[in-house]
Each structure stands twice: as structure tokens, then as C-alpha cells.
Design a protein around this ligand. Structure first.
Ligand SMILES: [Mg+2]
Length: 140
């Protein structure tokens, strides 16, 4: 697990990374939160549906969003659409369990940056997060 990589990227950035985890299932939010908290260089915030996520994104600056697709209140596709209007450069990783191909494609069209299918292994999750952080430090 590449925690050293995350820590050195955070040092380059001058602060910890902030990740917003969006999922309607508390158990899933907790698992992803634990994945993120393998290092103190990642701070985690959580939202349980799309509209809560959009509200949080308006209020604070995040470096990455992980986005479920099927949620009550506001779906992931609608949330990705709004997020990309508010913060076009904020990376969004879609993480879905049983979304249809059509939903996944829509999320991509609306600007989602990458896609993972549940269940997500910690190693794959961290690899994807590191890739995203590398890009965000590189374009700074
Ligand atoms: Mg869901």
C-alpha cells in the first residue's frame, strides 16, 4: 500500500488531501473512510446522497470525490453533473455496485474521471486515489 506516496504528495501540496465520500450505505462510507485513513495525509468528509454532496462541494474545497450512482434524494449522475458545473476540475471517481451500463456511461459523459465496481479492494482504491492525487499535484 502506497501510503508513503500519498504522504510525499501531501508534502508537495503543503497540506493534507481532502476527500468527499458519497454513498447512501453507511457501511460502504465507513469502509472507504477506513481506506483513506491509512494515512494522516488524507482527511475525509462524507455525504449520504447527491444533494448533500453538492451542498458540501459548494461550501468547501475537496481534492477528490468518490461517488455512488444509485442513491435517494439525488442520484450520482445528477450529482456529477452539478459538481462539474460548480468545480469543473474536481476529480470524481464513480464507485458503483449495480448501476446499469447506461447509467455508468451517463456519469462518464457528465465528466466522471474514473470508474470502479464494488466490492472495491483496498489496494485498488488506494491506487486510484494516488493516481488522482498525482495528477492534482502535477497540474498545480
Ligand atoms: Mg447506493
Amino acid at each position: 500500500m502506497d501510503t508513503k506516496k500519498i504522504e510525499s504528495l501531501a508534502r508537495q501540496k503543503g497540506r493534507a488531501f481532502k476527500v468527499l465520500i458519497v454513498d447512501d450505505e453507511p457501511r460502504v462510507r465507513d469502509i472507504f473512510k477506513q481506506f483513506c485513513e491509512i494515512t494522516g495525509s488524507v482527511e475525509v468528509d462524507m455525504a449520504e446522497n447527491g444533494s448533500e454532496a453538492v451542498e458540501k462541494i459548494r461550501e468547501s474545497d475537496y481534492d477528490l470525490v468518490t461517488m455512488d450512482l444509485i442513491m435517494p434524494e439525488m442520484s450520482g449522475v445528477e450529482a456529477v453533473t452539478k459538481i462539474k458545473e460548480i468545480k469543473p476540475h474536481l476529480p470524481v471517481i464513480v464507485i458503483t455496485g449495480n448501476a446499469t451500463e447506461s447509467l455508468v456511461r451517463q456519469a462518464g459523459v457528465k465528466g466522471a474521471n474514473s470508474l470502479m465496481y464494488k466490492p472495491v479492494m483496498m489496494e485498488n482504491f488506494v491506487d486510484e486515489v494516488v493516481l488522482t492525487f498525482e495528477k492534482s499535484v502535477a497540474i498545480r
